[in-house]
Design a protein around this ligand. Sequence first.
Ligand SMILES: Cc1cc2nc3c(=O)[nH]c(=O)nc-3n(C[C@H](O)[C@H](O)[C@H](O)COP(=O)(O)OP(=O)(O)OC[C@H]3O[C@@H](n4cnc5c(N)ncnc54)[C@H](O)[C@@H]3O)c2cc1C
Length: 435
Amino acid sequence: MVLNTKSNLSGGTGHKRSIVIVGAGVAGVMTAYAFAKRGFEVSLIDALSGPAQMCSHANAGILAVGHAKAWAGPGALNSIVKATLGLDRSIIVRQYLDPSLWRWGAEFLRNCTLQAHAANTAKLQKLSRYNCELISAAECDMGVPSDIRREGGLYLFQDEEQFRRYTASILDHGGEASEILDRDQLISREPGLKAMSHLLAGGIFSAADAVGDCKLFCERMTSYLRRQGSVRFYFNTDVLGLNTSANSVVSVRTNQGNIPCTTVILATGVETGRVTSALGFIPNIYPVKGYSGTWKIIEQEMVPKLPYVDETELLAVASYGSRLRVTAVAEFAGYDRTISVKQTARLSRYVTRAFGKAVDLDNAAFWSGLRPTTPSGPPFLGKALACDNLWLNAGHGQLGWTMALACGELLSQKIAGEIPKLAGVSSTAPWIEPI
Ligand SMILES: Cc1cc2nc3c(=O)[nH]c(=O)nc-3n(C[C@H](O)[C@H](O)[C@H](O)COP(=O)(O)OP(=O)(O)OC[C@H]3O[C@@H](n4cnc5c(N)ncnc54)[C@H](O)[C@@H]3O)c2cc1C
């Protein structure tokens, strides 16, 4: 169904409460859409000049249901030791003396038990699967040709032993909605992998996965909401704090003046603690840096159509139209956004080896982004106890595009007085009443 009249979006169920959302990354934009659909008066504020200019800008774009797993788990302990000794190319720790990293790390370790890993992964799975249910309708509403390819995704292994252990663990847990493929089956499923077939041990096909350009989706959604007149956008507007009276936020203080509100939602990614600290709480969200490189495709047949994660190199690869994107690395370096030459060289080496003849190697666009990562994995989704009208939708880590629409939808259901379709999917903390 295409909703292309103003009344479709702003008429809704007749709510006239004003919602102010801070942050126009994928989390904020999707939240604005969910509330506009229910007839709220929505204002969306961002410090930058448009949507998706921070972490949502050049991510891998994989709606990665097959990868919706908590990082914290028994297997992570080995990675932590290797990273601490500087022996892991994909996990890099630079700020050992940063107190916020110690606070984050301590809680991460508490979540490394089997039980915690299973519970956190179940939350991520529920959110990402609910997101899949919602995304087609959102695309339909925008009234533009679909950019998201829903043909599944692959998880590849170059190491035989790693592949064997991984598949055994899937089978031990009763199997997932995924298929185990040997090298030949992989190539017949995805001929674009032919050039790197000699490197592959096998892989997993996850039918639920999809791929699409997250930034493009946010831009299209922003244009749609503008056309509908259902959301007021305040770009280039830096939120400096929240003005409170008694137990409520009465307005959002910005460098352009105060914006009054009845309800505020923070979708501020890694910056969330900076907004809330004056209210006496700092959500445990660490900025985990990652990198991407984007190349122009010159030979379409020689690049994969299916997105994939190379589980051995810990790299994600996706193609959108005429572009191939490769992303990698979890770097713990505080708020440093510098693009490391060493990391971009690693991305280039991978592309040269796997797709050297298929892309224009001389023209690559490199980017770094800070994943807003909670120690347990799921985002903070719920009401802050410090105020009776302040809500959070932040901390989506490596899965923001995979979960953002579900999170926005759940918040809008809750605040509109409906029964949320999912419960118990948020990270928990003493300062939040989680959904
Ligand atoms: C290399 C890499 C690859 C990734 N690949 C994938 C993938 O394949 N699939 C997937 O699902 N996820 C992926 N992710 C994760 C995903 O990109 C993030 O989870 C997601 O972008 C987070 O969105 P967000 O809206 O919470 O944060 P952001 O996109 O960072 O948005 C936060 C916004 O808040 C604004 N803001 C903050 N503070 C203020 C303030 N005080 N005043 C005004 N505005 C403010 C910022 O300007 C920003 O626009 C990847 C991330 C990286 C780094």
